[in-house]
Design a binder for this molecule. Structure first.
Ligand code: HEM
Length: 411
């Protein structure tokens, strides 16, 4: 009965809303009613997997993400090589999309089926990084470590929790919808079982711009407005990519240092603070995103003119983070932040915050210099970094024969 009714509705070309109206108005007491679902039909196209650099760094931010820190449990170098090859093969397939092989009804299916029979690309990017712990004595890789790759240290006001720290590898998955991210996550972990295991995972999301401009974080402010113009290759080679001539191993050229900081926000506390203080803490108007004293979120603040901080206070987050001086210009970073939401903690307090996520050429000169300028900023009262790590996003996969980590393993 229900099936027939749905077939009829499909045939008659009624959209979801029309279908709902038709069903609820049917007056048929024993009919099943299917509530309409709007939008979100995973129609984004593929992001090219191959290139000099990995996708997921310069790529536009799609709404859903997951960050997985993984421990390598492979015991020798050849198994580690197999692991890199397998992740590459899965990423190549998942980012292109397609019909998974049919293994027959007697076998476990080759695919989880959560995206249906024809896996959509849905703008999925898979970005793989390695941390300094991969260069310990397990795989005899010590001499190949990117020279600036260190272990994330605790900064003042951090409350680091070992459960949310470190990992040998970082897998950043971004896509048009959550189910695409989770499908990729399941596929990759399934094919690499026995060689790596998840140490911690944080899922992230960004919302549509409300009403225009950029998506907002949980503090109500647009986030990601001011980033260096790394679409300009010259700037990207100065700020983003590891390039020749910096003392880095040759295999690392084309990669980028990747910092993740899991930062809890005390939103209940923030919500009790005046709008004036909120805006002074960030340095922008909450509604429009414009720098204080200006009109549009695209306006560039002129701190030389506002030397005493009458418009943008000297302690405002954005001013400390980027004072826009010639000396601080080389410390700029490329931010790709995502919101996270973990429900409530044991006290019933909202447990949400920011996956602070950035890429750069040099950890010390860029992330650490910026973070050091932010120590004890007014915003520090409303946030608490508790996890994350430093990683090195590998150079890209050049062609169909290439694989992530080839340079590292075969150098
Ligand atoms: C929960 C923590 C944080 C929140 C809520 C936050 C929020 C914001 C907001 C609202 C802006 C202004 C809009 C924009 O340009 O995107 C901003 C800018 C910025 N933030 Fe953060 N941020 C946080 C953590 C960090 C951290 C840890 C760093 C680096 C160590 C950082 C570096 C920057 C930079 C570089 C800018 C751009 C400044 C400019 O170029 O004008 N932020 N942040």
């Amino acid at each position: 009965m229900t099936i027939d009714r749905r077939r009829f509705l499909l045939r008659s070309g009624l959209g979801a809303v029309g279908a709902f109206a038709a069903l609820s108005g049917s007056g048929d007491a024993d009919a099943d009613v299917t509530l309409p679902v709007s939008g979100n039909d995973a129609t984004l196209g593929p992001v090219p997997f191959e290139g000099r650099h990995q996708a997921g760094i310069l790529t536009a931010l799609p709404p859903a993400a997951a960050f997985l820190a993984l421990d390598v449990i492979a015991e020798d170098r050849s198994t580690l090589t197999d692991l890199f090859r397998t992740v590459t093969a899965r990423a190549r397939y998942l980012t292109a999309g397609g019909v998974p092989p049919d293994l027959g009804t007697a076998s476990p299916p080759s695919d989880s089926g959560t995206l249906g029979a024809d896996v959509p690309a849905d703008a999925l990017t898979v970005t793989l990084g390695v941390s300094s712990s991969l260069f310990d004595d397990r795989f005899a890789l010590a001499t190949r470590r990117p020279i600036r790759l260190t272990t994330m240290r605790a900064f003042p006001n951090d409350g680091l929790n070992p459960d949310w720290l470190g990992g040998d590898l970082m897998l950043q998955l971004c896509a048009g919808s959550t189910d695409t991210v989770l499908h990729a996550l399941r596929d990759i972990t399934r094919h690499t079982r026995g060689a790596m295991q998840v140490r911690w995972r944080m899922d992230g999301f960004i919302s549509p711009p409300r009403p225009t401009g950029l998506p907002r974080n949980h503090l109500g402010f647009m986030d990601g407005i001011a980033n260096p113009d790394v679409t300009n290759p010259k700037i990207a080679d100065q700020l983003l990519w590891v390039v020749k001539g910096h003392g880095e191993p040759a295999w690392a050229v084309g990669g980028s240092y990747h910092v993740i900081r899991l930062i809890r926000m005390f939103t209940e506390f923030w919500d009790r603070v005046s709008l004036h203080v909120q805006q002074a803490t960030i340095g922008r108007y909450r509604a429009s995103g414009a720098p204080l004293g200006m009109t549009s979120y695209t306006d560039i603040p002129d701190y030389a003119k506002d030397r005493h901080g009458y418009d943008v206070p000297l302690t405002a987050h954005m001013r400390l983070a980027n004072p826009r001086t010639a000396i601080t210009e080389p410390s700029r970073i490329l931010r790709r932040g995502y919101n996270y939401d973990l429900g409530v903690d044991v006290n019933g307090t909202l447990n949400m915050g920011l996956v602070f996520n950035c890429f750069q050429q040099d950890l010390l000169r860029q992330f650490e210099a910026t973070q050091t300028r932010l120590v004890d900023e007014p915003l520090a009262d409303y946030i608490r970094p508790f996890g994350g790590g430093y990683f090195f996003a590998l150079p890209g996969v050049r062609n169909s024969e290439d694989w992530l980590g080839r340079g590292l393993m075969q150098a």
